[in-house]
Design a protein around this ligand. Structure first.
Ligand code: DX5
Ligand code: ZN
Length: 218
């Protein structure tokens, strides 16, 4: 595959040693660090928020790719920016004012992303394309790591790639990414592959390095 970036999701890391885990995946070759924020309202799970992101910020210089699975979202954007998120991705389904949320993220000086759940058609981003740095396509239903990749999403990747055209927007894929599924979405136009279970299984920096390379070279 071409220069596809790998963004390990810390959702599958050992939360009792989160800072050490971030350092380990940094050394193991992670390009970005994917941080899954869940509120128990937008998704049926709760993870962490700005205090935890702030606590691990200085453990790596790699880009913090913050995936906000929360609703409502606008009230929290500044806190995530202050905590150290470099990119902030909101869900198109999280509320009625996606354009306003994206403007707010850019006003905070951060990269702006939108995430689409599997059943959400890609045309919801049609009128906000020029505000985007990232489109995060969920290839599982959000809330948990280790779920099965949804094959129907490959077609959505191709369609979003076509919508983007020459715009400087990266397509991120999130959910069930492994050496088996990575080639499908890379061929369809994905620029960044997020993976949790497929990277953190085994445990330890050497396993993480092997798992990252297995996805990158698939
Ligand atoms: C799910 C999260 C994903 C998840 C990916 O709601 O947004 O980032 O952690 O985990 P895997 O790679 O295990 O499917
Ligand atoms: Zn995610």
């Amino acid at each position: 595959t071409t220069k596809t970036l790998i963004a390990p999701s810390v959702l599958s890391a050992d939360f009792s040693r989160l800072g050490d885990e971030v350092e380990a995946i940094d050394r193991a070759g992670a390009d970005w660090i994917h941080l899954d924020v869940m509120d128990g309202h937008f998704v049926p799970n709760i993870t962490f928020g700005p205090p935890v992101i702030k606590a691990i910020r200085n453990r790596t210089k790699k880009l913090f790719d913050c995936h906000l699975m929360i609703a409502p979202v606008d009230a929290y954007l500044a806190a995530f920016a202050d905590a150290g998120c470099d990119s902030i991705t909101v869900h198109a389904e999280a509320g009625p004012h996606l354009d306003r949320s994206l403007q707010a993220i850019k006003a905070l000086g951060k990269q702006a992303g939108v995430s689409l759940n599997p059943s959400t058609p890609e045309n919801v981003i049609e009128y906000v394309l020029d505000r985007l740095d990232l489109v995060l396509l969920m290839t599982v239903n959000p809330g948990f790591g280790g779920q099965a990749f949804i094959p129907a999403m490959v077609d959505k990747v191709k369609r979003v790639k076509a919508m983007i055209g020459e715009r400087p927007i990266r397509i991120e894929i999130d959910g069930g990414v492994s050496p088996e599924t990575a080639p499908l979405v890379a061929a369809a136009g994905a620029d960044v592959l997020i993976a949790g279970a497929a990277i953190f299984r085994g445990g330890g920096e050497d396993a993480y390095r092997d798992n990252i390379e297995a996805i990158r070279s698939a």
